[in-house]
Design a protein around this ligand. Structure first.
Ligand code: GCW
Length: 736
């Protein structure tokens, strides 16, 4: 049954009714619609404006009616999406019908929901694709050519629907289709670091989409568009609250609010998850302890899990940050991470829920390598976790830096499902001001060879379960969405949300293929313009690495994690201070992680460790991550380390200068609203890139004592002037 408030949401359904139908009707009536929809970015990649005329002509006879029988929430969503999208893309109404009346029907459903699909006898193939997989086939129903989108479940049929629409949106042929798809990860989840007061930790696109103070009475209609966008790229879960959590989210009142969100997301196949605060049995239950081995504590969690499932029968489970950065956890009680995770696992198991246990743990142990601590803390527990526990590990061993080598826990936990945690929000990559297309970074991560079982043991194979035979698989992305009208702050940052979903579905996709799809769907079908947008996206992340942290540098940012501060700042822990990470000194730069130093490189399997450990074979990209290198060290380029460093920073700056010009040249090729919005962001990016270059190089020069090489633009400000800037690069002190 669809709850009342969800019906209400559907009644007020988004742009299909508000913008597109008036446009379509106007078209039919021969009225010109020069105004078009407002290009404020709200529609994301689900823009269903009329396709180029030759494509409309090619598609028209293949898309004449939508046949989706039955009225489950998901089937209704499929029907609505197809009718709205096809009518918009083809510029004339495509009706929903109950049967096939002629050529060009789109028949969508399952063998159970559709007698036509049942008649095609696809059951075996559909079962092999699993509940979320689907087939798309060009068939004949009687004498009528038709297209069938079939799955074993409604949700798979919804995913197939969006796949079909994507084919049209990217101008692919649809006349002889034979597609079969299934996701490579089971759990494809967005982690929202959203606080109950509406703020978002590391969120740069406005406030939380969950309006806790108005829920459950008022459910923002926008949640349906959020769910549609996610379903369109295969995301099937959302963790609603911050990993730095408040116990309040598990109170009966807040659970009711969560029910309302779950109801809104359900038709689109998104399950909700919560982050329980480890100390909740004390804070909410009045117990004296939260010790995971205490029977009363376990019973409290069991009762809480029962209460949640009573309210939300398809609740996904818990994501837990425990004994990490000051959060309570099992270590408080001298218990282990496995003890903590297994306590939650036992409470959720009867209901089919999972625990995603975060591996982002590091101690304030002076004199040790922070980047090695998660491996030391968790690897010994391989095989000790309950079967419904996944270990959620950030892609790199430090913390979502512009570039890190892959985390050594990937490939070192053969008996544990390890799920990557990627960060879609650009905490350390210019936040919502810089373009940094992350598909290239994630591609690098998935393709890294762990050598866990010899060559070819890529991270992708570790995490999709194929290398070690795990059935439970998942991937999480820390969301970059917020209440901003365009969802992600920077218009081009929508591409990162899209890329996360596409890679969660298929980690084999190339960054270029994803960028092409996204640009085509989001901006324009003009090939030259779309190619230019793709090029900018594909180059962007490397440029950010160049002007922030080239050659394996990391964590040299200021307090808001935005600008440079290599000189460091007073912090309670040495491993939060940039100087701990870069180790600049008269004798050179970089963190020695070989046997000459902390030997953290030994956490990798041979020959990965040997390759990183040997200066002769360590890739330039990771040089200063693994080695402390003299300023005059000769690089592969033939330049000294110092000169190379300077020219990398310069290369990053040059990219921002050139990209601004390239973008300016696209004026008139895309809508003026989004063109201007991106241009403004690129201006900020250029300014910031220069700030990074000058701050880092002037500071490092105090150690290297070397002159700036030819080819590098000289800083216009002194180091002291730069040090006086605030966290976002503004001069705060007046010049005397
Ligand atoms: O990257 C750091 C962030 C924290 C974050 C933490 C984590 C949610 O600066 O804001 O806390 O990582 O991942 O737990």
């Amino acid at each position: 049954m669809i709850p009342k408030n969800t019906k209400e949401i559907f009644r007020r359904f988004h742009f299909v009714s508000r913008i597109m139908f008036p446009a379509v009707v106007a078209l039919i009536a021969g009225v010109s619609v020069s105004a078009g929809p407002v290009e404020d970015g709200y529609r994301l990649w689900l823009r269903y404006d009329p396709l180029p005329a030759e494509k409309v002509a090619a598609y028209r006879s293949h898309v004449t009616a939508v046949v989706v029988t039955g009225n489950s929430g998901t089937r209704a969503a499929i029907r609505r999406e197809l009718v709205g999208a096809c009518s918009g893309l083809l510029g004339r109404p495509v009706p929903a019908t109950n049967e096939v009346n002629g050529a060009g029907a789109l028949i969508v459903g399952t063998p159970k929901s559709s007698t036509i699909i049942a008649g095609l006898k696809l059951d075996q193939q559909l079962d092999a694709l699993g509940p979320e997989g689907f087939l798309i086939r060009s068939v004949k129903i009687g004498s009528h050519p038709a297209t069938v989108i079939a799955s074993a479940s409604d949700l798979g049929a919804l995913y197939g629907t969006f796949h079909f629409l994507r084919l049209m949106q990217t101008l692919q042929p649809i006349d002889a289709l034979n597609v079969s798809e299934k996701p490579r990860f089971g759990l494809r989840v967005l982690d929202h670091w959203d606080n109950l007061d509406g703020s978002i930790e590391r969120g740069y696109a406005g406030r939380s989409l969950w309006n806790w103070s108005e829920l459950p009475e008022k459910v923002d209609a926008r949640l349906v568009d959020y769910a549609r966008a996610n379903a369109s790229i295969g995301i099937n879960g959302a963790v609603l609250n911050n990993v730095n959590s408040s116990a309040k989210s598990l109170t009966p009142d807040y659970l009711k609010k969560t029910v309302a969100i779950a109801d809104a997301l359900r038709p689109y196949g998104m399950r909700v998850y919560l982050v329980p605060r480890f100390s909740s049995p004390m804070e909410l239950g009045g117990l004296k302890t939260a010790d995971p081995l205490d029977p009363e504590v376990a019973a409290w969690w069991q009762a809480k899990a029962d209460e949640i499932y009573q309210l939300i029968p398809d609740f996904g489970g818990f994501l837990v940050k425990a004994s990490s950065e000051g959060q309570p956890g099992p270590l408080t009680y001298k218990r282990t991470h496995a003890d903590g995770a297994n306590m939650f696992a036992a409470a959720l198991a009867p209901h089919g829920g999972v625990v995603m246990w975060r591996a982002f743990v590091y101690d304030a142990k002076p004199g040790s390598d922070r980047a090695g601590q998660a491996y030391d803390a968790l690897q010994p527990f391989d095989g000790k976790f309950a079967t419904n526990v996944l270990l959620q590990v950030k892609n790199g061993p430090l913390d979502f830096q512009p570039r890190e080598p892959f985390h050594p826990l990937f490939g070192s936990m053969p008996q544990t499902p390890v799920m990557p945690e990627l960060q879609i929000t650009q905490e350390y990559l210019g936040q919502a001001n810089h373009v940094a297309f992350l598909a290239t970074m994630w591609r690098e991560f998935f393709d890294s060879d762990t050598f866990a079982k010899g060559p070819g043991s890529t991270v992708a194979k570790v995490v999709d379960g194929s290398l070690f035979g795990q059935k439970l698989t998942g991937i999480a992305g820390v969301a970059n969405t917020g209440s901003d009208r365009n969802w992600t702050g920077h218009p081009l940052a929508q591409a990162n949300w899209f890329a996360f979903g596409r890679l969660a579905w298929n980690p084999g996709l190339s960054a270029k293929a994803i960028a092409d799809e996204w640009g085509d769907m989001t901006f324009t079908h003009d090939r030259a313009t779309a190619a230019e947008i793709t090029r900018i996206l594909l180059e962007s992340r490397e440029a950010v690495v160049d002007y922030m942290t080239p050659l394996g540098l990391a964590h040299i940012m200021n307090d808001p994690h935005y600008g440079p501060e290599p000189w460091g700042h007073p912090v309670p822990r040495e491993d939060w201070n940039p100087v701990y990470h870069h180790r600049a000194a008269a004798d050179g730069l970089g963190f020695e992680r070989t046997a000459k130093g902390f030997n953290t490189v030994s956490q990798y399997h041979p020959p990965v460790r040997d390759r990183f450990a040997d200066l002769a074979t360590c890739p330039d990209e990771f040089l200063l991550w693994f080695h402390h290198v003299p300023w005059d060290y000769q690089m592969r380029s033939g330049r000294t380390l110092w000169d190379e460093l300077c020219l990398r920073y310069q290369r990053g700056v040059d990219w921002t200068v050139k990209t601004r010009k390239d973008w300016a040249a696209l004026a008139g090729k895309i809508d003026p609203e989004r063109h201007a919005a991106v241009a403004e962001k690129l201006a900020i990016q250029e300014r910031d890139a220069k700030w990074w270059r000058d701050a880092c190089l002037l500071y490092f020069q105090t150690f290297s004592k070397c002159p700036f090489p030819d080819g590098m633009e000289k800083p216009r400000r002194t180091l002291d002037e730069i040090k006086a800037l605030d966290g976002y690069g503004n001069a705060v002190k007046q010049k005397q």
